[in-house]
Design a protein around this ligand. Structure first.
Ligand code: HEM
Length: 146
């Protein structure tokens, strides 16, 4: 009888970069240009998806500053250059959201807009999953009510 090897039948082995190391995530996200495209898509969904209205309404009508700030922040967060700090100085993430009413629903909506934006990009599925898991931590830090 053949010895039992689970990978023969179910789990397919594959290799993926360790996105927590060095610039791997930054590169997988397409560098600064790719991250800008991701954030533009994120705000496009927030702007056009009726369910995201509460979160959209927290922002200015003109989203260009929000796009710029989230892009520069994520460039550093993905392991690229510290563009946000260069342009705007240090950021206290929970502090920057303290004046906003962010509960579980708003946090989920923000993350769902990000999932839609990730799905628009030509990214590896494993990378998308990595980003969603990692972003759930800062998103939870921004939540300030139930
Ligand atoms: C949890 C749900 C979140 C909501 C509802 C939310 C909402 C907002 C809003 C409305 C602003 C604009 C604030 C203003 O103009 O006064 C903002 C700013 C910002 N957010 Fe969030 N945000 C969330 C999560 C996050 C996460 C997870 C990150 C980073 C990974 C992030 C990064 C930023 C940055 C960098 C700014 C600009 C801060 C500044 O320079 O003032 N946000 N957010």
């Amino acid at each position: 009888m053949k010895p039992y090897r689970p990978n023969d039948y179910s789990v397919r082995e594959r290799t993926a970069p360790d996105y927590t190391v060095g610039e791997n995530a930054f590169r997988a996200a397409g560098g600064e240009e790719g991250i800008r495209a991701l954030v533009e898509s994120f705000y496009h969904h927030m702007d056009s998806w009726p369910q995201a209205r509460t979160v959209r309404q927290m922002h200015d009508d003109d989203l260009s500053e929000s796009i710029d700030k989230l892009t520069t922040f994520l460039v550093g967060w993905f392991g690229g250059p510290a563009r946000y700090e260069e342009k705007f100085g240090m950021l206290n993430l929970p502090g920057a959201h303290r004046h906003l009413a962010i509960g579980v629903a708003e946090k989920d909506m923000w993350l769902q807009c990000m999932q839609k934006a990730l799905d628009d990009q030509d990214y590896d599925e494993l990378f998308k999953r990595h980003v969603m898991v990692q972003l759930s931590f800062p998103a939870e830090m921004c939540r300030n009510r139930t």
